[in-house]
Design a protein around this ligand. Sequence first.
Ligand code: GLN
Length: 278
Amino acid sequence: MGDAASALREAALILAEVSDSPRLDAELLMAHALQMERSELLLKLPELKALAEFSTLIERRQQSEPIAHIIGKKEFWGLDFQVTPDVLIPRPDSELLIEEAVRIFASAHPYRIVDLGTGSGALLLATLHEFPEAKGLGMDASAAALQIAHNNADALGLADRAKFLLLDWTLRDWTGSLGSGFDLILANPPYVATRARLSADVANFEPHQALFAGEQGLDDYRIIIPALEKLLSPTGTALLEIGFDQANPVSEIAIKSGYHVELKQDLGSNDRLLVLRR
Ligand code: GLN
């Protein structure tokens, strides 16, 4: 292999066929191969040689394997999260939930937080990071996902304030073991319609259990929203991520359950978040 700078240029050209961010992808994979941070790679680029391993990583990306799976991690809210095929890869769009939590609880921090379908633990751990007095509970129906969430809590130094619970909300009385009186409820449930066409990197690599939610993608909201009543404190707030085209149907479910609903858009101006209060 030659110098790193030309290897990067060539890789970016190749990856343009499968990725919207080919140059960034190539940089992240090069940094991974050289076992350095991307910032260090960019600083030292002129003097670096490419490693043979880099081409193997590029080949994997060419097959649409997500960068987060190849390098085993993804940054969310400025924090590093371990990621495997057992968990949904944290999306930048979901940072909107953390942003809103920080805004809503600016003067009175939440004490008790629950994350429904915690996956990698990204939402729960990012909020615990923001609210040092808070304690959090992350539930998920996947034991493999909870192991990753545990690892992330450990790595981020949040293990003493984060608990995790294996729990399936399709079972009866699932809220019983969660407790009640939560100041903040977070949820990024599966919300993709069963027949939706997803890009290959999502459809072929990410856990379908965390993505698909019935014909309209509403199945899990229909379970979660009516159950909030048992979980939410009288003055609490629930932040629900939604698909870009789900503001109306999900608001309707929430209003029927007696909630006041506010809609928020993400950086791409897509409807992304519903804020629910009693
Ligand atoms: N936002 C994800 C996607 O675009 C879906 C996440 C979910 O279903 N919660 O694929």
